[in-house]
Design a binder for this molecule. Structure first.
Ligand SMILES: Nc1ncnc2c1ncn2[C@@H]1O[C@H](COP(=O)(O)OP(=O)(O)OP(=O)(O)O)[C@@H](O)[C@H]1O
Length: 457
């Protein structure tokens, strides 16, 4: 078998030489390029099994290359090397299918391990982000709000149904970043299929013309560039789970083919006459409004009903009350450990800011905000200002009263005193109706509850 071929895109000569030497010593062949133009030529000449790339390059950005690589060559796994402060880019790279990122200055032993993991990963299905895991590495859903407790119970109930040859298909719905991918993994890990593979197909990240080949596999010579036969992801899932992420992005033509596969529980590789049985459990997810897509003729109704035998609806983060703090502390610790720092402490004001924000990007946005804050501010305390949250429905009345030097009746004149007095007054006015009081104060229910606890009201 040929040694795996790696494309290295790095313009710092000394570093490129060190990586090149190390990878060759480990038995890989390497095409080392110092700019995007050469990297494109090299990838066309010999498509790599893995790309290792820097982001800031003399003739462009590494992400441009990653986009080009996915469109022109295919879903090649990529490792992105990032310098301090490039976290946004690293996250962008993850979305384009990068399998991991490495912090500079580079640890060559870590590089070697990650390269080996990436090359031996079962499938090119895109893993987008690290999931929260317990001590055994099993994925866990963090949070203790009533909404999350109900979700956990639902997951347990559904996981138990994942046995047998044709378990009910599950559709996971929820806004972007609510944890649909994580929920699918927890479902799999808690099911009788836990020891079998969990294979993810990211319908939005794969180029349209490659999805069919990725899902169903192909015979050698089935189409141009099919130089060898390749097993599809549905076959790779075996008796495990096939997670079809962002199912709303599946082209209409393929929706018909998937429907047939779901109905007959058999499939045919492209270019093959032989039918194969499908054993996998289908879990699909979407953040699109599929009902609306069906009305517009963009999603097949029959496929929707076939996929949506059981539904798992994930609540938005703004409806999870103080889970936001538990999650924030978890992400602080995780980021600090990853970058070998002491975890900073979230100040009281930072907690209030986190509770007040309405998190349109949900848990992903929270994770991103915390990671950036921990990386950029190497302090022992994480202040509200470090989070760089856009102020939203702040208690404008309170703030403006304070700014004008006013004292709310019953207040000691401090900002906290004014706030407490205003809350008490509003509660009294609304007959202790928390929802109505929150609405009048311009707060979410969670934010109001947090303050009620804080002031012991
Ligand atoms: N309850 C949770 N506990 C711990 N981590 C979570 C939780 N929910 C989400 N995350 C983390 O937040 C990030 C985003 O979650 P995930 O990718 O599962 O969202 P998603 O709903 O699939 O997003 P999209 O719709 O954009 O695909 C991941 O890093 C995930 O591990």
């Amino acid at each position: 078998m040929n040694a795996p071929h790696i494309l290295l895109l790095e313009d710092e000569r000394a570093l490129a030489r060190a990586i090149d030497r190390r990878l060759r010593r480990d038995g890989y062949t390497v095409a080392a390029c110092e700019n995007l133009a050469n990297a494109r030529l090299a990838a066309q000449r010999r498509p790599p099994e893995l790309a290792v790339l820097d982001l800031r390059l003399p003739d462009g950005h590494g992400l441009e290359f990653l986009e080009w690589l996915r469109a022109e060559i295919g879903p090649v796994p990529a490792l992105v090397m990032t310098a301090f402060g490039e976290l946004d880019d690293a996250i962008g790279a993850m979305r384009l299918g990068a399998v991991d990122f490495l912090k500079k200055p580079l640890d060559l032993d870590a590089l070697e391990r990650i390269v080996s993991d990436a090359l031996h990963r079962d499938s090119p299905a895109t893993r987008t982000e690290a999931a929260a895991g317990d001590a055994t590495g099993a994925p866990v859903i963090i949070g203790d709000s009533p909404a999350v407790r109900t979700l956990r119970r639902e997951i347990e109930r559904i996981a138990a149904l994942g046995r047998g040859s044709a378990p009910p298909n599950v559709l996971v719905t929820g806004e972007t970043g609510t944890g649909k991918d994580l929920a699918a993994r927890v479902l799999h890990a808690g099911s009788p299929r836990a020891e079998a593979p969990f294979v993810q197909v990211d319908c939005a990240a794969l180029p349209r013309d490659l999805i069919e080949a990725e899902l169903f596999g192909h015979e050698k010579g089935a189409f141009t560039n099919a130089h060898r036969a390749r097993r599809g992801l549905l076959a790779a899932a075996g008796a495990g789970s096939a997670f079809l992420n962002e199912i709303g992005e599946l082209p209409l033509g393929l929706q018909a083919k998937l429907l047939t596969a779901l109905e007959s529980r058999t499939m045919r590789e492209i270019g093959s006459d032989t039918e194969r049985a499908i054993e996998a459990w289908f879990i699909a997810a979407t953040n699109r409004d599929i009902e609306q897509m069906m009305a517009a003729g963009d999603f097949r109704q029959d496929l929707y009903y076939r996929l949506n035998v059981l539904t798992l609806a994930l609540p938005p983060l703004r409806e999870r009350g103080e889970d936001v703090l538990e999650l924030a502390r978890y992400f602080v610790d995780e980021t600090a450990a990853r970058y070998e720092r002491d975890p900073p402490r979230l100040t009281e004001a930072a907690c209030v800011a986190l509770i007040d924000h309405d998190w349109p990007g949900n848990v992903r946005e929270l994770r991103h905000v915390i990671e950036r804050a921990v990386l950029v501010h190497a302090d022992t305390r994480l202040e509200a200002g470090h989070l760089r949250l856009r102020p939203r429905r702040a208690t404008t009345e309170t703030v403006s009263a304070e700014a004008a030097g006013e004292r709310a009746p019953g207040s000691d004149g401090t900002l906290a005193g004014n706030e407490q007095a205003l809350i008490e007054r509003t509660l009294a006015e609304t007959g202790d109706n928390i929802s109505e009081a929150a609405r009048r104060l311009g707060l979410s229910r969670g934010a109001l509850r947090y303050r009620l606890d804080k002031y012991g009201l």
